[in-house]
Design a protein around this ligand. Sequence first.
Ligand SMILES: [Zn+2]
Ligand SMILES: [Zn+2]
Length: 236
Amino acid sequence: MIGYSGVMGIWDLLFPARCLGCQRIGEYLCAECVNTIQEIREPICAVCGKNSIGGQTHSRCAKPWGMDGLVASFNHRGVGRKLVTAYKYQMVADARKTLGELIISLAALEYLPQRAWELAAVPLHSRRERWRGFNQSLLIAQQVAAATGWGLIDPLVRVRQTKTQQGLSRKARLSNIQGAFALREGGRLNNKHVLLVDDVWTTGATMRECAKVLKRAGAQTVWGLAAARPEGIKKV
Ligand SMILES: [Zn+2]
Ligand SMILES: [Zn+2]
């Protein structure tokens, strides 16, 4: 009988782990390449995309159903970008650092105001999650919850399967994502402080749409936590 480890052994021989950054054989992410991942030090406003102290939404940008703030851990470039992509397709199950660990080790969480946060992952559509086998944002949220002791809730469902946001214009992204999320049955959020988790922040259309649903369900505060975002984007 060929056991699981026997199969893995053959797999490892045929496809040895290679570093995502430098292609060296040995591990999926070597120590040197981890160090090239750039930490984000200048938080931006979740509405206008311009710099904002601590990631807090500017008072002029704040809306009743809008996000209250945003933090992101590292730049979505180079090795950081490759790690996010590989994670999405579960190619780096044993990478030196997972996205959750990177978030925990970098400064993003320190920018957050002190609250009794409840982490909530941006959901995938059930069909896509079945196909992929997992939701990468939920894995991140679970790791952050375990490290911080914050709660983990699952208030949202994706009711509409959307096209990938990649390559769409700002306007097309907005109409693509509108109405894509709904509140899970019985999921009232009275006065909760929700920290929405996603792997990548690009234009923020997805998180802003989730925030709208959460605020309408009674959430007091909604901040976003993204593992990565491209730094230098001024306009969302
Ligand atoms: Zn490397
Ligand atoms: Zn703003």
